[in-house]
Design a protein around this ligand. Structure first.
Ligand SMILES: [Cu+2]
Length: 228
C-alpha cells in the first residue's frame, strides 16, 4: 500500500504516480550525467541499507516489547523452576551433578555456596539468602479456578515445588540457615522433581497458595486462584 496515498490528486492512481516518478527520475538523471547517476545510485543504496537497519531495529524493539508484556500479563499457567548450575563443575557431583547442557549454566558450586548467606544478615549464623539463579519463574501467578498449572524443572539440579502453610526450611539441614523446617517439607511428603520433570497442579481452591522448594528454601512462589 502506498504510504502517501492521501497526497495523490483526485483521480490519480498509485501506478500512475509511480510511473510519473520514474519519468521524473529519468529526466533528472539525463540532466546530471553519468557521474551524477553513480552518485545518486550510491545514495539510493545507502538509503535502502538505512531502511533495512531501521526495520531491523523496529522489529527488535517490537519483539522485546512483546516478550516483556507477556511476562507481566501472561495467561499461560506455567511456572519454570530454574537454576544455572555450571555443567562440568565437579563441585556439583557429590549431590547429583548438574543436568544442564554445556553453555546453559554458569554458576559453579563454590559461588552457590558463597551466596547462601550475606555478611549483612544477623550474626552469628546469619540468615539464608540463596543464589538468585535458583528461582521460580514467575514466582507469582494469578489463575482462574479450575485451570491447571504446569510446573517444570528447567534447571540442572533437583528441586521440589511443595505447597506449604508457611514458608520455612526444607529437608536439607545445611541449607536451612535461620529457618525452621516447614512440616510439608519432610522427605516423605516433598516430591523431588529431577531436571526436565513436570508436575501438574490441579484442583487448587480459590485463595492464595504458597509453594517452595524443600531443598532450596529461598525458591518460593505463590499462586492466587480466583473464583469464576
Ligand atoms: Cu530447589
Amino acid at each position: 500500500m502506498p504510504q502517501s496515498g492521501k497526497a495523490l490528486e483526485p483521480g490519480t492512481t498509485y501506478g500512475a504516480r509511480v510511473a510519473s516518478r520514474a519519468r521524473t527520475s529519468t529526466t533528472v538523471l539525463a540532466m546530471i550525467g553519468t557521474s551524477g547517476e553513480l552518485s545518486m545510485e550510491a545514495t539510493m543504496r545507502t538509503m535502502r541499507a538505512g531502511a533495512v537497519v531501521l526495520a531491523l531495529l523496529v522489529s527488535c524493539w517490537a519483539v522485546g516489547n512483546l516478550v516483556v508484556r507477556a511476562q507481566v500479563t501472561s495467561h499461560d499457567n506455567n511456572i519454570a523452576i530454574m537454576d544455572n548450575c555450571l555443567p562440568g563443575d565437579t563441585g556439583w557431583n557429590p549431590t547429583g551433578g548438574c543436568g544442564l547442557k554445556p553453555h546453559q549454566g554458569d554458576v559453579p558450586f563454590a559461588e552457590f555456596g558463597a551466596l547462601l548467606v550475606s555478611p549483612l544478615t544477623i550474626p552469628p549464623n546469619g540468615a539464608l539468602i540463596g543464589h538468585p539463579s535458583w528461582r521460580n519463574e514467575p514466582s507469582y501467578l494469578t489463575v482462574d479456578e479450575g485451570k491447571t498449572v504446569h510446573v517444570t524443572n528447567k534447571g540442572g539440579r533437583t528441586h521440589t515445588f511443595t505447597e506449604v502453610a508457611s514458608y520455612g526450611g526444607g529437608f536439607v539441614a545445611g541449607l536451612n540457615i535461620g529457618l525452621t523446617q516447614a512440616p510439608a517439607c519432610s522427605p516423605a511428603l516433598a516430591v523431588p522433581l529431577a531436571p526436565g520433570a513436570t508436575d501438574q497442579l490441579t484442583g487448587l481452591a480459590p485463595g492464595l497458595h504458597k509453594f517452595q522448594c524443600c531443598i532450596h528454601p529461598w525458591m518460593r512462589a505463590a499462586i492466587r486462584v480466583t473464583a469464576d
